[in-house]
Design a protein around this ligand. Structure first.
Ligand SMILES: Nc1nc2c(c(=O)[nH]1)N[C@H]1C(S)=C(S)[C@@H](COP(=O)(O)OP(=O)(O)OC[C@H]3O[C@@H](n4cnc5c(=O)[nH]c(N)nc54)[C@H](O)[C@@H]3O)O[C@H]1N2
Ligand SMILES: Nc1nc2c(c(=O)[nH]1)N[C@H]1C(S)=C(S)[C@@H](COP(=O)(O)OP(=O)(O)OC[C@H]3O[C@@H](n4cnc5c(=O)[nH]c(N)nc54)[C@H](O)[C@@H]3O)O[C@H]1N2
Ligand code: SF4
Ligand SMILES: [Mo]
Length: 739
């Protein structure tokens, strides 16, 4: 029995003997947020600035209040991110708050088939305790898990992860950041020694060559694209994407690579750079390890082979190699076309390798730059207590556990000495019955998880499922035993960290509906009722929690101990990490690695590479077409729980789901635009409207992820290093539907 399990048993005994303070005391506490009026820090008729709660660009919005309630918003001109711009979701950010679909009171189902009944918070918290605790007591700390998110404030995710792991004593907790950023995390950790995206948005404007890999910025990060357009250096913009996306159409070059051939393609470019002698040999020698073995590895990737496998001809390959090796400022940016693949981590590192070998790092307009997705995916990478111990620490290191225990003032035995299972293993645990209790916060896996015809059947295996969401109408909430109503963005205080490591502030500018509480307050309540409230006394308010995060970060690559609290973040246009005590460089744009020192023990970056892996499901005779999935429009957000609440956004997006199919394939199958067709994979079959277009390659189709049906088709396969789902490729069969 591990020390952790023993400590866990002990705490269970203590908890059984404990009767927690009542909820009312929580709601009356001065630090409690959610219920009640707009806090006095924001004057009732003021305009106040805060960052957007959709994507990781992190634009700032001016919120205009009247009598203490937000009435309207405009984009903030003075913020170093968006400079007065916002995309449709930002402009409509207040609309999703007012909706009949909001969860306004806790709700409980006594039987899964019953309609949920309204209950009060005290009963909800006691039910949470009385259902989860016996499971843990009987089946051990691995029998209950949680799935968290990149869409709540850092303070909330840290509190949640701390309560779940140190208070409740569970070991397994992951989040939707696994679906999204796990690859970049793993790639950076191995190559740079810490999960550290090096760039600042100014690099969009400072580059001579911008290489976008698997990134449809015009749709997914429109304000980043606006920053690209502000580049006055007449940049070459190269889009590497199998589809002729909106971004590809706007670029100076589109390389329509064959899907899943990226790794071969980038090794082929490295081969050519070496052949042509277009290397920064001084940088490689002084600041990198393992170049020689990498050089030997890419010898197999001669241009004829790479052209054949990637679909980009020798001329195109040579031209791109010369452009990258030209000595100009080259920045590489990647998003989900790279991260969501079965060989994702090595592909991200192949991009990193190109930047390293040409010395394109640490200087203006350069970098191997992973773009983040959700508003606080970066916060969840550092502070959610899921894949690493709070603040980029390591669960498996005794010294790290001791440091965190001391700062949190909790017994060190409460910190698990093992890592959590990754998301897919948690789901597999639910399927096998080993995981019997699950708490899902601010994510909607019944829609967004990969490759399930009926995800509710998996959730229904649980003895107890808690869903904590702004809306009671999500696909996941439909399966819940207990629904906890959460306040959303705009209804609570805290901070988010954007793609360029900038910490931005969000504020309470609207009252949450009914009994909905901020996630922060929900966790406080649950901790009190669970019986471990004493351990979380320090977590008085979001700002008090922020100070704890600062202390946790001290001495880490993400050190933010020098920030003067919310005041500085609010007044100075956000603050990029790192910002240790005594920071003198307070410029609004700060990039990493300008000194060529990385976070590895010898401060050198590593060339990491691997042999090419087999595609887990290539097209075949029965399923001859490859399905790609991704974002459909700038007005749709993921599972649409929020964006469908805005009449404006609904109008801007498509009315129904559609599949893009190439004219040659459509012609051969007798399919025309607007016709309902069948798309079937080995997992499921859907009927969907055809959209015939040559933006997709022959032999491939594309379906947006915004309708639940899409993931009934996808293949549950994962990158072996990051465990990120391979959302962007599986084999399907397309046929007309006859009526
Ligand atoms: N409007 C809107 N904006 C969003 C979101 C949203 O839901 N709606 N979500 C946010 C989040 S969380 C994220 S993670 C980001 C995602 O942002 P992006 O990653 O830019 O968006 P996706 O459409 O998922 O995928 C990008 C591209 O990858 C390409 N791709 C597919 N397979 C391959 C391949 O094998 N190789 C290459 N090179 N490319 C490939 C696809 O054709 C697609 O155009 O967007 C964020 N912004
Ligand atoms: N086929 C396919 N599937 C994909 C992808 C793909 O490209 N293709 N992309 C993947 C990626 S990158 C991502 S990030 C995931 C996203 O997948 P999800 O995380 O499942 O998608 P969202 O719709 O953003 O779900 C967020 C939920 O949190 C709720 N919420 C919002 N704010 C708050 C809050 O403050 N508190 C609480 N408690 N709840 C809140 C919302 O109502 C919503 O139900 O999808 C993944 N799935
Ligand atoms: S680009 Fe992203 S952060 Fe900016 S307004 Fe749009 S959704 Fe919000
Ligand atoms: Mo994402």
């Amino acid at each position: 029995m591990s020390t952790f399990t023993r400590a866990n048993e002990e705490i269970q005994k203590r908890i059984r003997a404990f009767s927690g303070p009542l909820t009312e005391s929580l709601v009356r506490e001065p630090g409690a947020y959610g219920l009640g009026q707009v806090p006095s820090s924001v004057a009732p008729d003021a305009t106040t600035a805060m960052v957007c709660g959709f994507c990781a660009t992190g634009c700032s919005l001016n919120i205009h209040l009247r009598r203490g309630e937000a009435t309207n918003l405009t984009a903030n001109f003075d913020y170093p991110v968006n400079r007065g711009m916002a995309c449709p979701k930002g402009w409509e950010a207040l609309a999703p708050l007012e909706s009949a679909e909001r969860a306004t009171t806790p709700m409980l189902r006594t039987k899964r088939s019953d309609a949920p009944q309204t209950i009060d918070w005290q009963t909800a918290a006691e039910t949470f305790r009385d259902r989860f605790k016996p499971i843990i007591e009987k089946h051990g700390p691995e029998s209950v898990a949680f799935l968290s998110t990149g869409q709540i404030c850092s303070e909330e995710m840290a509190f949640l992860g701390s309560f779940a792991k140190f208070g409740m004593g569970v070991i397994h907790g992951d989040g939707n950041t696994r679906q999204c950023m796990a690859t970049a995390v793993r790639a950076y950790k191995e190559s740079f020694g810490f999960d550290a995206p090096p760039y600042t948005y100014e690099d969009f404007e400072e580059s001579d060559v911008i290489v976008l890999v698997g990134s449809n910025m015009c749709i997914a990060h429109p304000i980043m694209w606006q920053r690209v357009l502000q580049n006055t250096r007449d940049p070459e913009i190269v889009v590497i994407d199998p589809r002729r996306t909106e971004t590809a159409m706007q670029a100076t070059q589109h390389l329509a690579i064959k899907p899943k051939s990226d790794l071969t393609f980038f090794y082929g470019l490295a081969y050519l750079l070496i052949e042509k002698g277009l290397l920064d040999e001084v940088f490689i020698k002084e600041h990198c390890d393992d170049f020689e073995t990498f050089e030997a590895h890419v010898k197999d990737f001669d241009t004829a082979r790479v052209a054949e496998e990637s679909g980009i001809d020798a001329e195109g390959l040579n031209a791109l190699a010369e452009l990258i090796g030209s000595g100009k400022r080259v920045s590489f940016w990647w998003t989900m076309g790279v991260n969501q693949s079965y060989e994702a981590t090595r592909t991200a590192q192949a991009i990193i390798n190109l930047a390293l070998m040409t010395g394109n790092i640490g200087k203006p307009g350069t970098g191997a730059n992973s773009i983040t997705g959700q508003c606080n995916a970066m916060g969840s990478r550092l502070f959610s207590n899921t894949t690493n111990l709070l603040g980029g620490h390591d669960f498996e290191k005794a010294a790290d556990r001791e440091k965190v225990a001391e700062i949190l003032k909790i017994p060190v035995e409460r910190i698990p000495d093992q890592n959590s299972l990754p998301y897919h293993a948690i789901i597999e645990g639910v399927e096998s019955g080993e995981i019997k209790g699950l708490w899902i916060i601010a994510t909607n896996p019944a829609h967004s998880w990969i490759g399930r015809e009926d995800f509710s059947a998996v959730l229904n295996k649980l003895d107890f499922l808690v869903v904590q969401d702004m809306y009671s109408t999500t696909e996941t909430a439909a399966c819940a035993d207990l629904i906890l109503p959460a306040a959303g963005w705009g209804e609570k205080d805290g901070t988010l960290i954007n793609s360029e490591r900038r910490i931005g502030i969000v504020k309470k500018v609207a009252k949450a509906p009914g009994q909905a509480l901020a996630d922060f307050s929900i966790v406080k309540l649950l901790a009190n009722v669970w019986g471990c409230g004493d351990w979380f006394k320090q977590w008085q308010s979001p700002e008090a929690a922020f100070r704890i995060l600062q202390e946790l970060s001290e001495g880490q690559a993400c050190d933010i101990s020098g920030i003067d609290g919310y005041r500085q973040i609010d007044e100075e246009g956000g603050v990029q990490w790192p910002f240790p005590k005594g920071t003198t460089d307070t410029a609004k744009q700060r990039r990493l690695f300008s000194d060529g020192q990385f976070f590895t023990p010898n401060q050198k970056a590593r060339f990491v590479y691997e042999t090419i892996q087999k595609d887990p499901e290539p097209p075949c005779n029965n399923y001859p077409i490859r399905l790609l999935t991704g974002r459909g429009s700038s007005s749709q957000w993921h599972t649409q729980t929020r964006t469908r609440q805005s009449a404006v956004l609904r109008k801007l997006g498509p009315k129904e789901n559609y599949v893009e199919i190439h004219p040659a394939d459509a012609g051969a199958l007798g399919i025309s635009s607007g016709q309902i067709i069948s798309v079937a994979s080995r997992r499921g079959r859907i009927e969907i409207k055809a959209f015939v277009t040559s933006t997709v390659q022959k032999g491939t189709v594309f379906i947006p992820m915004h309708e639940e049906t899409t993931n009934q088709l996808t293949l549950p396969s994962f990158d072996p290093h990051s465990h990120q789902p391979n959302y962007k490729s599986c084999a399907v069969k397309v046929t007309p539907v006859s009526f």
